[in-house]
Design a protein around this ligand. Structure first.
Ligand code: GDP
Length: 198
């Protein structure tokens, strides 16, 4: 059983909804497959489309999730952070993004951890590394999910995941290979998210 609903969007931490359940945020560069991953995880084709709606792509988007795991009910809040990394984004926009994300990561009390999404075919970007550093600086644990794993032959996924882990300075076998298209890694990512949520 899994039930998910869009709650609200916020331009900054002060607009985040009050929640009394653990929150997990999702981050990654634009086009990494974040909406597709959220839809796959939440089992709803259209749910994360709200985050891709013009006007909402630069906001924090919050979802309320209820699920039943081994007979026990769990409730979570998910926050979809704005995608980053448009090469042509003006400097003041990057500065705004940075202060929004830093404010959220530093000040969001219910936040238990983050899921950072990285494309299986790309080197992690400097912003991916910055985000990991900010998270570490705030003492926020982070899971890394390697998206679009279906784009590679099965035999090549392990090496590609290891390359991303090295690029991010993570220990071997700490990241989860994921595909919204095939469902690969969906259960593993949920299990890891629930462990983060505590
Ligand atoms: P976002 O900008 O990070 O929210 O990315 P989207 O979820 O909108 O996906 C960006 C593009 O990548 C779209 O064309 C998706 O169809 C494609 N995509 C996303 N996830 C997958 C996946 O698991 N496998 C494949 N092959 N394509 C994907």
């Amino acid at each position: 059983m899994l039930d998910a609903a869009f709650v609200t969007s916020a331009a900054q931490l002060s607009g985040a909804p009050p929640v009394s359940v653990p929150e997990i945020c999702f981050a990654g560069r634009s086009n990494v497959g974040k909406s597709s991953a959220l839809n796959a995880l939440l089992g709803r084709r259209k749910l994360a489309r709200v985050s891709n709606t013009p006007g909402r792509t630069r906001l924090l988007n919050f979802f309320a999730v209820r699920l039943e795991v081994e007979g026990a009910r769990r409730e979570l809040s998910l926050c979809d952070l704005p995608g980053y990394g448009y090469a042509k984004a003006p400097k003041d926009e990057i500065a705004r993004w940075r202060s929004m994300i830093e404010g959220y990561l530093a000040g969001r009390a219910p936040l238990r951890g983050a899921v950072l999404l990285v494309d299986v075919r790309h080197e992690p970007s400097p912003l991916d590394r910055s985000l990991l550093e900010w998270l570490a600086a705030q003492g926020r644990p982070c899971l890394v999910a390697i998206t679009k794993a279906d784009k590679l032959a099965r035999s090549r996924i392990g090496a590609a995941v290891a390359a991303v882990e090295r690029g991010l300075g993570l220990p071997p076998r700490s990241a989860v290979a994921f595909s919204a298209q095939t469902g690969l890694g969906c259960d593993a990512l949920w299990a890891a998210i629930l462990r983060l949520a505590g």
